[in-house]
Design a protein around this ligand. Structure first.
Ligand code: G6P
Length: 603
């Protein structure tokens, strides 16, 4: 979703600074971009629809040394992507950028129209600029004006604001949308995320909801929602400049897949998996009789893999819900219910809304989150971090893998606490886990056969099939392919296809089937034969070498067999690479697929 950067400090090439900052936020997803900066005591605004390169084209001959500027990438919500609807918006003496949605903008707009205001765009954001300008005519104290306007806004917002009568300050406010303040002794920043400012500083402050910040060249002042000055803790980001670069890989997505083995090893060692110290860091899941897992997108599919594991090994009824549905449906809780939230960004609006709802009911909550200090991480009862580092490609890979890994760790230790694992089983799982990062590393280095991607790249529809946990994994494989290669694809429970959807199978249509569960081989093979006899091209991903030669199989990818609890951690990278190479063959924009946003901060 929208990306924000703002700068105040010593004079420098502010256009470069803003545009480079925006480039490092491209992963959030956007369809237009714009900047505003101070030049000769005036605010200049430049905007361009489309990629940041269009904005660069418009600014390439400008060489401006300035002390103040704001920049924005817009992911359209109110009004189509266009120059007029791009940020920054300027009304009267106010210029601003916004991430979020102002839900009551229509009524505020009508009020301002009655006051004689006219608007150039269809956005909710321009109304906020109008409102600030309106109050600026009555009151000069910016804190008072901001406080007044915030109290009138419904919805979510992270705002960066410049007032024409105060070029010595940059103003920022946030409610339910991410915003950080980067700080140094002679430059201060606002940004949606660390990569935008990491070139200048790794020191940052997280704003609480409804905080107002006033930034000048040398200092940052923060006021809470009652306008009391507050000291928000200064944090040091672990993100390095290197992490924000994709070299030597062609795409961030490939770089992030290739990091998976190292990150898995780090996760096991940080949490001390398999050792008693692991339990100290974890909540005691054994006391719960029911678990709800709530998330969106890939995080929800990771949860589904978790459900199969939790029920099979730890004997706890576990249900998985899409966050945007969960909050409006009837849910059944008891004092033995735990709700687990999964989110890479920790800022997904629907997941946050569910967390707040569940907390209000007094139900125990736990979150698996990647981004340190994100809203979900701060508001949940207990948080377990993924330690995936920054994930820049819009389509998640390494964070998904670590979500599944962390879930398997929770399951193992819950089963242990409930005395459900024999010593022999414990030993087998521990052995498997110890060798897993090495096996994954070898698998990643070997890569996959391009032949499968070539077949997929020529198709217009693809099916993924699996049973049980393999079905859960196939959902993520199918989503990855859709996201980055724009191929229509569906994941189905292998046994269910024949109840209607099999009518779609045509000559040559690729069907990707996953078989890892020993108990389900015969049944799933029969399903492969069903689609084969209707013309499908069968691609099999399996741990059982011997079924590769079955006459229903056209192409097989075999993966080393490990303990079933962690087996999907070896299947998922294959699916990710399959999608990656298919998208590459098709020439798609792999790191920034059309229409998608990495962090969905609107409901
Ligand atoms: C977006 C992203 C997905 C992600 C989902 C949930 O749709 O494009 O890749 O899985 O949001 O995001 P979260 O940050 O909560 O994991």
């Amino acid at each position: 979703m929208c990306g924000i950067i703002g700068y105040i400090g010593k004079k420098q090439n502010v256009i470069d600074l803003l545009i480079n900052g925006l480039k490092s936020l491209e992963y959030r997803g956007y369809d237009s971009a714009g900047i505003a900066y101070l030049e000769q005591n005036e605010i200049k605004v430049i905007k361009a629809q489309g990629k940041i390169s269009s904005l660069e084209e418009k600014t390439k001959n400008l060489n401006v040394l300035s002390t103040l500027g704001i920049g924005h990438t817009r992911w359209a919500t109110h009004g189509k992507p266009s120059n007029e609807n791009s940020h920054p918006h300027r009304v009267g003496r106010v210029t601003l950028i916004h991430n979020g949605i102002i839900e009551n903008y229509q009524e505020l707009k009508e009020m301002l129209i009655k006051e004689g205001y006219t608007f150039q765009s269809q956005t909710d954001t321009e109304v906020v600029a109008g409102l600030l300008d309106f109050y600026l005519k009555q009151e000069n104290d910016k804190l008072t004006i901001l406080h007044q306007v915030i109290s009138m806004l419904k919805g979510s917002f992270a705002l960066g604001i410049i007032f024409d009568d105060d070029f010595n300050h940059l103003y920022a406010v946030r409610k339910d949308s991410p915003l950080i303040l980067g700080t140094t002794s002679n430059m201060n920043f606002i940004a949606s995320d660390i990569p935008a400012i990491i070139k200048y500083t790794n020191q940052y402050i997280l704003l609480e909801n409804k905080d107002i910040a006033i930034l000048s060249e040398e200092k940052i002042q923060v006021f809470d929602e009652n306008l009391n000055p507050v000291n928000r803790e200064k944090l040091t980001s672990p993100v390095s400049i290197e992490e924000a670069k994709k070299a030597p890989y062609e795409h961030f997505m490939l770089k992030e897949i290739m990091e998976e083995a190292t990150l898995l090893e780090k996760l096991y060692s940080l949490y001390g998996f398999g050792t008693p110290s692991f339990l100290e860091k974890l909540p005691d899941l054994s006391k719960y009789e029911k678990i709800h897992i709530v998330a969106c997108g890939s995080a929800m599919y990771a949860g589904l893999v978790g459900k199969y594991m939790m029920e099979e090994y730890a004997d706890i009824e576990t249900n998985v819900y899409v966050a945007s549905e969960y909050r409006y449906q009837k849910n059944f809780y008891s004092n033995k219910t735990l709700v687990i939230f999964i989110s890479q960004s920790g800022e997904t609006a629907d997941t946050i809304a569910c967390l707040r709802l569940v907390k209000q009911l007094g139900i125990d909550t736990l979150a698996l989150v990647n981004v340190y200090g994100s809203t979900i991480a701060r508001e949940v009862d207990k948080v377990l971090y993924l330690y995936a580092g920054v994930e820049i490609a819009v389509a998640t890979t390494k964070a998904y893998l670590l979500q599944v890994a962390l879930l398997s760790m929770l399951v193992y230790h819950t089963a242990l606490a409930k005395d459900l694992l024999s010593e022999e089983e414990q030993e087998k799982i521990k052995m498997s886990i110890l060798e897993l990062p090495k096996i994954l590393d070898e698998l990643l280095k070997k890569g996959i056969t391009y032949e499968a991607s070539q077949i997929l790249s020529k198709a217009s529809d693809v099916f993924f099939l699996g049973r049980g946990i393999d079905y859960a994994t196939s959902l993520e494989g199918s989503l990855k392919l859709k996201e980055i290669s724009y191929l229509h694809s569906e994941a189905y429970q292998a046994g269910e296809l024949k109840h209607g959807t099999i009518s779609l199978i045509e000559q040559g249509m690729p069907v990707v089937t996953i078989i890892t569960d020993e108990r389900l081989i015969d049944k799933t093979l029969s399903n492969m034969k069903e689609v084969k006899s209707r013309g499908a091209y069968n691609i099999l991903i399996t741990t059982k070498d011997w079924i590769s030669s079955d006459d229903s199989v056209d192409l097989a990818i075999t993966v080393k067999e490990v303990n079933p609890l962690v087996q999907s951690l070896l299947i998922v990278p294959i699916l990710q690479l399959l999608a990656y190479h298919t998208a590459k063959i098709k020439g798609c924009d792999i790191d920034q697929p059309r229409n998608l946003a990495k962090s969905v901060t609107v409901e």
